[in-house]
Design a protein around this ligand. Structure first.
Ligand SMILES: Cc1ncc(C[n+]2csc(CCOP(=O)(O)OP(=O)(O)O)c2C)c(N)n1
Length: 278
């Protein structure tokens, strides 16, 4: 486990839920290494924001990229070496504001990579401005009279784009661990929204009391109609509603890498572009 640590001291606020995400991810990678995978088989990418510091605290190769550019960077890595297990990390601002155009197209492309969104409903690093998942009425420096714009429902968006692995979990170690383990087994683009309060700029709205597990409730994750119904149960404006968590939808479909002969060859022969003689 120590090999996954870096020398850098975390600068997240004490108690920040990003620590839980970090530990969950670390546990999963640790188990993968124990079962024979090599650290070099993984690559991570993060954007800009508090979430992005996870890059500094995980001793795994990768790129800390520009704000909103996590997915095209992951995509580039996969094209260079489709055998890598690539995990991208974004904030809700990074994913749904600066990065939205990439999210929509990467969802369509279905590249075999995993995407974790640390959704604290604010631009935290820049001190708490509203993002596309901030609820109406939230007061911040850019909306002193309260936010007026309707928030996004990221789960519904992903389902409408035919994404084959759509999940939401709360930011606790075990939930992050469980869902990432499943996502790594899944072949294709896995979308994992991790909801978390920001202790400073967007405090808890009773998440823990409102959350229930889709899997314990025997939700049929192969049924898109049921998944869409579940996605409707919670929107960010409703501070009273129940919040379904777990895997909303899971179905494999052809991945980008298998549609292109050159990439498929690299994948099947376990090679990267640098192994090819020109
Ligand atoms: C293109 C661009 N726009 C704006 C910024 C300023 N900026 C830096 S961090 C940040 C907020 C990040 O928020 P989010 O992605 O939600 O992550 P969090 O800090 O909440 O984890 C912003 C707006 C930037 N660095 N680059």
């Amino acid at each position: 486990m120590e090999n996954l640590n870096t020398m850098i001291k975390p600068t997240w606020c004490p108690g920040c839920f990003n620590f839980q995400i970090l530990t969950g991810v670390k546990n999963v990678v640790f188990n993968e290494l124990n079962s024979g995978k090599k650290r070099d088989e993984f690559a991570i990418v993060s954007g800009i924001g508090c979430h992005a510091k996870i890059f500094d605290y995980l001793n795994i190769n990768g790129i800390n990229t520009l704000h909103g550019r996590v997915l095209p960077t992951c995509f580039g890595i996969k094209i260079g070496n489709p055998n890598l297990k690539v995990i991208g990390f974004s904030g809700d601002g990074d994913a749904y504001a600066e990065g939205m155009e990439h999210l929509v197209h990467m969802a369509r492309y279905n590249v075999d990579m995993k995407y974790i969104i640390h959704d604290n409903q604010v631009f935290a690093l820049t001190t708490g401005q509203s993002t596309p998942t901030t609820e109406i009425g939230f007061k911040d420096k850019t909306n002193p009279l309260g936010a007026k714009l309707n928030p996004l429902n990221p789960i519904k968006l992903m389902l409408s784009l035919n994404v084959g692995f759509v999940a939401r979990v709360f930011a606790d170690v075990k939930s992050v661990e469980d869902v990432l383990k499943e996502a790594l087994k899944y072949k294709g683009f896995a979308f994992i929204e991790v909801i978390q309060p920001c202790l400073i700029f967007h405090q808890d709205t009773g998440f823990k009391e409102r959350i229930y597990s889709l899997q314990e409730a025997k939700h049929d994750k192969t049924n898109i109609t049921e998944a869409l119904k579940k996605a409707e149960e919670f929107d960010y404006n409703d501070s009273k509603s129940k919040i379904p968590t777990g895997i909303f939808y899971q179905k494999e479909r052809e991945i980008f890498e298998d549609k292109f002969e050159q990439l498929k060859k690299l994948k099947d022969k376990k090679m990267s572009w640098k192994d090819i003689k020109r």
